[in-house]
Write a protein that binds this ligand. Sequence first.
Ligand SMILES: CC(C)(COP(=O)(O)OP(=O)(O)OC[C@H]1O[C@@H](n2cnc3c(N)ncnc32)[C@H](O)[C@@H]1OP(=O)(O)O)[C@@H](O)C(=O)NCCC(=O)NCCS
Length: 215
Amino acid sequence: MDIYRSKHLRYVPIEDVEHEDFFLTLMNEPGILNFDISIPVGFTKAKVGVVTKALASHKLLTMFICLPVPGGHGKPVPIGIVALNKPEERHVQHANSSLSIIIISTYQRRGYGKEAIAWALDWAFDFARLHRVEIASYGWNLGAKRLYSRIGFREEGVKRESVWFMGSWHDVHELAMLEHEWRGKWRKEANAETWAPEGDENYSSEQIAQNMGSA
Ligand SMILES: CC(C)(COP(=O)(O)OP(=O)(O)OC[C@H]1O[C@@H](n2cnc3c(N)ncnc32)[C@H](O)[C@@H]1OP(=O)(O)O)[C@@H](O)C(=O)NCCC(=O)NCCS
């Protein structure tokens, strides 16, 4: 059983130097401003190693989302990044995290964002034992918010005028998914085909033994 895959996608840790050129391209796409709202100063090749290392150490999970090469030969093709924040040490008992995602523009609107989010939720609840995963979208990012709601994230609030972007103040919409909501309803609807069992079932030790080849 390979946990670093879902129906159409593969997931590779962000430190993988094979994908440094992709990272540089992604960070210079106009759409990065829907994702990263630090003051835009451009992104250089020199920053690639520093930023990927920082992401790897500050996040619980940071993966390149990749398409497998047909036939399984050759390197997977990176198309985006999915990440989960690391809870602070003195807050681990709350089992909260937040998810961020970006898909490079040429691969958007093909269902990959939804599939990668579903994979990250399965990972969060089944491996990291998180209880709650938050996701946020900026007021102008209507498409992302529509997608998150469709996946089952519930809107919890609006941080009014909390970001400054392109000359005006904008709201931030905050949504979250709870572990039991994901298992009880939304995981099945996402149909992402990760390692996870269907619905709210859990694997028995015997089933895991079969899946892991340790029976
Ligand atoms: C948001 C994002 C991750 C979605 O990934 P995706 O692979 O395109 O999404 P999917 O194909 O799984 O789902 C498609 C849905 O996402 C939304 N969506 C995705 N891209 C969109 C776009 N450019 N404009 C409007 N809606 C968009 C729509 O709701 C769409 O459904 P629809 O086509 O039926 O309207 C991706 O568009 C992206 O990386 N955008 C730039 C960065 C970003 O906004 N990140 C999220 C920060 S909160």
